[in-house]
Structure formats: structure tokens, C-alpha cells
Design a protein. Structure first.
Length: 289
């Protein structure tokens, strides 16, 4: 499918439609430092087979979306806010002509999805959250795993496309588990596509992380989420503690928590059909468009 663009003020947001578009609108929101292709084609196909019109997009400062120039923003004074990232999601929906949509966010994308449901509840039909947290807090994270992951992510990649792919695969490896080992072929292909789309990602992931950190704790606000919600988490997630999922599911009224034994901080291929079915069941509880 061709890349299309939405606008939120001066920011252009690259998005891609996946599969037939006569289904129920489903917007996929990716996490920090990743591009839309980190939602694997196979997972998108599973979701489309469940009757969804699937759209994935690049957050600002990543992929083919608007990227800020060097020297913009600091940890104490972010270049933009998490509210801006949530408004970006709504801007993509506007460009698609979607009055309301199902949202599915992973990791930091799940935090963006939570805030979108709080800021624009009239635009959200259901809320799907995977491997996520209600704001960046150490009690929800595993600091050792975070440091190892960041160390691999920030390491200078090898030269060219192959070097970038090798470095990216090694950065993803600590997120997986023995029960669901790293799918090297899948992530190598994703990495190469990311390189082709944006060979020099720059400091965008750090600016996204700064916006997330500055947003504070969303948990006290989540009791105000009014849409049906699904929380998916792995009990072996090496980055985000299971308690982060439990507290979200406990706070959002009537939220459903699905815990996958052995799953890490990713969405393994073997679980795609199950996750797609869970989102289909969630959609059946949401109000029609």
C-alpha cells in the first residue's frame, strides 16, 4: 500500500493502510524509536482477517514522519509533549475520515493510546494495550533490562544496511524470552526496511522518551477511561513488570487483562492469532461507529 500523510499543524505523519479497508477502523500505535513497519505485516494480516481496516503510522520524529532538526528539545524541556503525540493519532484518524476507531498501542504506543482515550473519548471505540505502562515509573520497569536495551540501542551501528540490521536485531534480542525466542529473520527484514525508509534516525527516540517522561503518571486519570479496554502482557516481560499491566486493568473500569505465559516485551508470531481474536472480541463490545 502507498504511504499517505496526515497533518497536525506543521507536523506530517506518514501512515499506511493494510488489507481491505471496508472493515472496522483499527489504528496501530507503535512505541518509542520504532517505525510503522515494526507492526509486522503478518500481524496486520491477522487483524485484517478479523474484519479490521488496519492502519499503522510513524510517530513524529521517526520514519517518514516529520523529524525535528538537531538541538531541538532537552530532557527537562521536551521539544513536544505526550499530548502532542496523542493529538497526532487523532490527526491520522481525521485524514482517514474516521470519526471513531479502535486503538491498539504497544509499549510507549500504549501510553499514547491511553492518553488519546482520555483526551478524545468520543473518537475511540475500544482501547487495546500491549506490554505497556501508565507513564514511565521505575516501579513499573526493570532498570537492569532497560539499561542493557538502551546500551544496545544507542551503540553505533555497523556500516550500511547490513550493519544497521545486525545492530537492530541485537537490540531486540533482550526483549524476547526462551519460550518465544527472537524471530531473527522477521526482525532483520523489519530492520532493513527501517533503514531503507530512514537510514539516519537521529535523536528522535530520545525526544519521544523525553515527552513520555515529562507526562507524569497517567494512572490516577485512567478511572476516567470510558471505552472497553483490553490489556495484554507477558509474564516474562524483561522490561515492563507485570504489575504495570495489572494496575492499568484494575483502574480502568471493566478492563480485561490477558496474561501470556512466557511472553516477553514483544508480540511473538505464535501469539498473533490469539491477540487478533482478543481484539476482535473486544471490538464486539464497543459501540458502533
Amino acid at each position: 500500500m502507498p504511504i499517505e500523510f496526515a497533518r497536525n499543524g506543521e507536523v506530517k505523519l506518514a501512515y499506511e493502510r493494510m488489507g481491505a479497508q471496508d472493515g472496522e477502523p483499527l489504528l496501530l500505535i507503535i512505541g518509542t524509536g520504532l517505525q510503522l513497519v515494526a507492526w509486522p505485516d503478518g500481524l496486520c494480516a491477522e487483524l485484517a482477517a478479523q474484519g479490521f481496516a488496519v492502519v499503522r503510522y510513524d510517530n513524529r520524529d521517526s520514519g517518514l514522519s516529520t523529524r525535528l532538526g538537531p538541538g531541538r528539545g532537552t530532557r527537562r524541556r521536551p521539544a513536544y509533549t505526550l499530548d502532542d503525540l496523542a493529538d497526532d493519532a487523532v490527526s491520522v484518524m481525521d485524514a482517514l475520515g474516521w470519526e471513531r476507531a479502535h486503538l491498539f498501542g504497544a509499549a510507549a504506543g500504549g501510553t499514547i493510546a491511553q492518553l488519546t482515550a482520555l483526551r478524545a473519548p468520543h473518537r475511540v471505540r475500544t482501547l487495546g494495550l500491549a506490554a505497556t505502562y501508565a507513564g514511565w515509573r521505575l516501579r513499573r520497569m526493570r532498570p537492569g533490562a532497560l539499561l542493557r536495551m538502551l546500551g544496545k540501542t544507542m551503540r553505533r551501528p555497523g556500516p550500511g544496511r547490513e550493519g544497521f540490521a545486525r545492530g537492530f536485531v541485537e537490540a531486540v534480542r533482550p526483549l524476547t524470552t526462551a519460550a518465544y525466542p527472537l524471530d531473527e529473520e522477521l526482525w532483520r527484514e523489519i530492520a532493513m526496511t527501517m533503514f531503507d525508509r530512514c537510514p539516519d534516525p537521529g535523536p528522535g527516540s530520545m525526544r519521544q522518551a523525553a515527552a513520555l517522561n515529562a507526562a507524569g503518571d497517567l494512572l490516577p486519570r485512567l478511572a476516567g477511561v470510558t471505552v472497553p479496554t483490553l490489556v495484554v502482557h507477558g509474564d516474562a516481560d524483561p522490561v515492563v513488570r507485570l504489575r504495570a499491566a495489572r494496575e492499568i486493568a484494575f483502574t480502568i473500569p471493566d478492563a480485561r487483562l490477558v496474561i501470556y505465559p512466557g511472553m516477553g516485551h514483544d508480540l511473538p508470531r505464535a501469539l498473533w492469532p490469539s491477540i487478533a481474536r482478543e481484539l476482535r472480541a473486544l471490538a464486539a463490545t464497543g459501540s458502533p461507529q
